[in-house]
Design a protein around this ligand. Structure first.
Ligand SMILES: Nc1ncnc2c1ncn2[C@@H]1O[C@H](COP(=O)(O)OP(=O)(O)OP(=O)(O)O)[C@@H](O)[C@H]1O
Ligand SMILES: Nc1ncnc2c1ncn2[C@@H]1O[C@H](COP(=O)(O)OP(=O)(O)OP(=O)(O)O)[C@@H](O)[C@H]1O
Ligand SMILES: [Mg+2]
Ligand SMILES: [Mg+2]
Lengths: 226, 226
């Protein structure tokens, strides 16, 4: 479903070239529940942005559901992203002038269909923000903003969820509540879930842990317990 | 040194009043090493913003170094803040168009004095960003941006450091490196250090743990080991 072969990503900062990914080869199948761990700067967000079709590799190939993504136009890429992929950004990326409810409804308006307001309200209630729906981002705490970003990614029921440190701003109890949602989506609805996390407790919820170091995969371990 | 008596903070979101702090009474002395824990939305950032003179209580009194802060003008408050307090924001609050080095130099230009560039370079090297000095925030990973925010807060050698979840975006090893810096500043330089954290391992570095729930202090525990 997600297939990377020798993916390289080079950034340029002034005259310096930063090799953020130095040859990633990886397969992720439908219904997998994967975490990506690694130290700060090891390339996790860069890898997520490529898998989420928000950025393109410098070299190497990336196929999504059998299609070579490099052959898709930006429009086709945006369409695949909008339909298939829910993305929780490391910096949340909320729109500053919209309330939590409006932010979470937004992906649904692109899809059309009924009951958008009700689905958005449910998604916010599921992450414990039922009483914060009309708050704008600057009227929300850090962990509340993160949960709005999670609700927004989940509300359209995408087939793949990419979450970049989705519990980074949350305390232990709220983290456990959010992880229960992801586990249910994966086990019950068969959603493919890919996390970046630096918290070992969060990685332990997933079936498979991929470790990055300096832009390379150094280990890829499947949990053996059922 | 920091003295809060019955501090209340009310926010208004539309017609709703949110009681973010519901009567906080607290003393923090020079040289204390304190962490503030509590679930998402419990009022931690609100409390830090008041202690850091970035916001004022709705009711109650707040004294900083013996001065009633409510009697200070905004200018006097800004001066006290600039001189005394280093603040690491939960959302980092980096300036998007400045490089890491320029951001960290900025507090020093207000203070005057020599060797500003060298002090800024050292502060960045201390948090492991010696090779990222010329990157702008959008050319840095999440954890690198957080470390720029930390370096910026520390470079002017303030007497009080307020850090709102300063290791939230960092992996275990980088977290330990950053915590070693805070421990050294507290034990060796006598800096007053107040953290917000939701990570128990981070709270365990401090001498005293204050727990918030729904805008109230529910426990205030001093670690008994030396
Ligand atoms: N400007 C505002 N207007 C209305 N409500 C606000 C505003 N700012 C914060 N709040 C509310 O006040 C409460 C406390 O917010 P605060 O940011 O202090 O929480 P926190 O403990 O730092 O949470 P987190 O761990 O998620 O960062 C939250 O419930 C939040 O929704
Ligand atoms: N636009 C850019 N220009 C130059 N270098 C960049 C750019 N974006 C990222 N980098 C660099 O690429 C490397 C990988 O960044 P990435 O954001 O993928 O790390 P990460 O593993 O997500 O880190 P963190 O855990 O801190 O979020 C970092 O060293 C970073 O400085
Ligand atoms: Mg990242
Ligand atoms: Mg906060």
């Amino acid at each position: 479903m997600i297939r990377l072969r020798n993916v390289v990503k080079l950034y340029r900062a002034g005259s310096v070239v930063v090799p953020a990914l130095r040859g990633i080869t990886l397969d992720i199948e439908r219904g997998d529940f994967v975490s990506i761990i690694g130290s700060s700067g090891s390339g996790k967000s860069t890898l997520m942005n490529i898998i989420g079709c928000l950025d393109r590799p410098t070299r190497g190939t990336f196929e999504l559901a059998g299609h070579d993504v490099s052959k898709l136009s930006d429009d086709q890429l945006a369409y695949a992203r909008g339909r298939q992929i829910g993305f929780v950004f490391q910096a949340f990326n909320l729109l500053p002038r919209m309330s939590a409810l409006e932010q979470v409804e937004l992906p649904l308006t692109y899809r059309g269909g009924k009951n958008q307001r009700r689905s958005a309200m449910k998604a916010l209630a599921d992450v414990g923000l039922g009483d914060r729906m009309h708050h704008k981002p600057n009227q929300l705490s850090g962990g509340q903003q993160q949960r709005v970003a999670i609700a927004r990614a989940l509300v359209g029921e995408p087939s793949v969820i990419l979450a970049d440190e989705p519990t980074g701003a949350l305390d232990t109890k709220t983290t456990a509540d959010v992880m229960d949602i992801f586990v249910r989506l994966n086990r019950v609805q068969g959603m493919t879930v890919i996390f970046v996390t630096h918290e070992p407790e969060v990685a332990s919820y997933t079936d498979r842990v991929i470790q990055l170091r300096d832009g390379m995969i150094v280990s890829d371990t499947v949990a053996t317990s059922p």
